[in-house]
Write a protein that binds this ligand. Structure first.
Ligand code: ATP
Ligand code: MG
Length: 415
């Protein structure tokens, strides 16, 4: 029955996957806090205009990937495809623009109508940070350093490469744009249909095309370098020097442009070769024009977002949950006492798995299946004596313990 399948491009997070996700978000959240980024959350849907104009009409996201619908009240809303525009909207709605610098961390689901494949989903999850109100390159450096630290903490620092580029200031960009229009215009018949459309509105985006013919033509396109203003070159040099000083390795990739329209100056991606075509695990950059585009004051911004699914796939060890204690009652009186005993152990912060039904053998099988470290066996006659049997499920050894001493015995067993 088709309706019993998850919708295309969505997936269930079963416990083992959920543990990997949690490891990524917990690691990122804790390290973001070290840098002074405070967690915040914006709604999962917003008025469509929050995304459409800032991200750019001719980006893949807005042109093809947004989940947009009219709600029952006739409002046009969109499931968020990314979170930078939402964070900026929140800053403006809540009147926070006066209190810069602002540093935010977020995590949560994003939605894009894409062709699902390994590492590419229609509902996926991101962690991200935004640093608003700091025009100096220190902000770019710090934001990249945080990203790099998170990847190292997740144990994948060695498997990703930091690629770096600059998109310059708006003047440099305008000059480069003209050069690209001239270059691609002369070869328009070789371009993909998408890129022919981009040529008019946003020729930089052609450099980001995934079409093979486009990529071949792009490889000979003029480089941004030649069009960078002195100020833009200087800014980029400061970012590079800052990263050098921190010992953060990078490779300049002059073809790196980011998917969204609002980037200026620094653009970067952490890329791995371990995930096939979906190798970008974290991407970001500076977006000094965005706040103004959205109706706010002129305000600098820089940040990144990372795909949690892609990071989770790269984590070596599946994270195992703490091993519980199995409480195994045998007999009617014991059955009645078991819930209370389990609660008392949980009062002491022990994880407890209660076998709900079945004979001793069946409940012991369950205890093994959940990976219990020990079993507390209680029978009717033991209850009468205030005793329980504690069985070490690793060694198989067991002993009788007074119920009052059980918590201490378990603590010493669990180390
Ligand atoms: P791509 O080039 O892979 O489409 P993008 O440039 O569209 O990526 P961003 O908008 O920069 O991606 O999002 C930041 C990160 O979010 C990506 O580097 C990736 O790790 C993750 N991401 C983006 N789209 C998806 C998706 N559909 N499924 C899973 N992860 C995604
Ligand atoms: Mg994309």
């Amino acid at each position: 029955m088709a309706s019993l399948q998850p919708a295309r491009g969505t997936q269930d997070l079963l416990p083992e996957a959920a543990r990997r996700h949690r490891r990524v978000t917990d690691t990122a959240r804790a390290l973001a806090a070290l840098y002074g980024f405070a967690e915040m959350a914006t709604p999962i849907f917003e008025f469509t205009e929050v995304f459409a104009r800032p991200i750019g009409e001719h980006t893949d996201i807005v042109a093809k990937e947004m989940y947009t619908f009219t709600d029952r009240g006739g409002e046009e809303v969109t499931l968020r495809p990314e979170n930078t525009a939402g964070v900026v909207r929140a800053v403006l709605s809540n009147g926070l623009a006066q209190s810069v610098p602002l540093k935010f961390f977020y995590s949560g689901p994003m939605f894009r109508y894409e062709r699902p494949q390994k590492g590419r989903f229609r509902q996926f999850h991101q962690i991200g940070v935004e640093l608003l109100g700091v025009p100096q390159p220190q902000a770019d450096i710090e934001v990249i350093a945080l990203g790099s630290r998170i990847l190292r903490a997740l144990g994948i620092g060695e498997r990703v490469e930091l690629q770096l580029n600059t998109l310059g200031d708006p003047e440099s960009r305008a000059a480069y744009r003209q050069a690209l229009v001239a270059y691609f215009g002369a070869r328009i018949s070789e371009l993909s249909e998408d890129s022919r459309r981009r040529l008019e509105r946003n020729p930089l985006r052609i450099l980001d095309s995934k079409d093979a013919a486009d990529q071949r033509i792009s490889s000979e396109a003029p480089l941004f370098e030649a069009f960078l203003s002195g100020a833009s070159q200087d800014f980029f040099a400061q970012v590079r020097t800052g990263l050098d000083r921190l010992g953060i390795a990078y490779r300049i990739n002059p073809r790196l442009v980011r998917g969204l329209d609002y980037y200026t100056h620094t653009a970067f991606e952490f890329v791995t070769t371990d995930l096939g075509a979906q190798g970008t695990v974290m991407g970001g950059g500076r977006y000094d024009g965005l706040v103004e585009t959205m109706g706010g004051p002129a305000m600098a911004g820089v940040g990144w977002a990372a795909g949690i699914e892609r990071l989770a796939m790269l984590i070596a060890e599946p994270q195992t949950p703490p091993r519980p204690i199995a409480v195994v009652p045998i007999g009617a009186a014991a059955e009645a006492a078991a819930l209370g005993l389990a609660e008392r152990l949980r009062d002491g912060r022990l994880a407890v798995d209660l076998g709900y039904s079945g004979n001793l053998a069946r409940r012991m099988r369950r205890a093994n299946r959940v990976g219990a470290r020990a079993a507390v066996l209680i029978g009717d006659d033991e209850i009468a004596r205030g005793m329980v049997t504690l069985r070490d499920l690793d060694s198989g050894g067991q002993s009788e313990v007074a119920e009052g001493d059980l918590a201490a015995a378990l603590s010493s067993l669990l180390g």
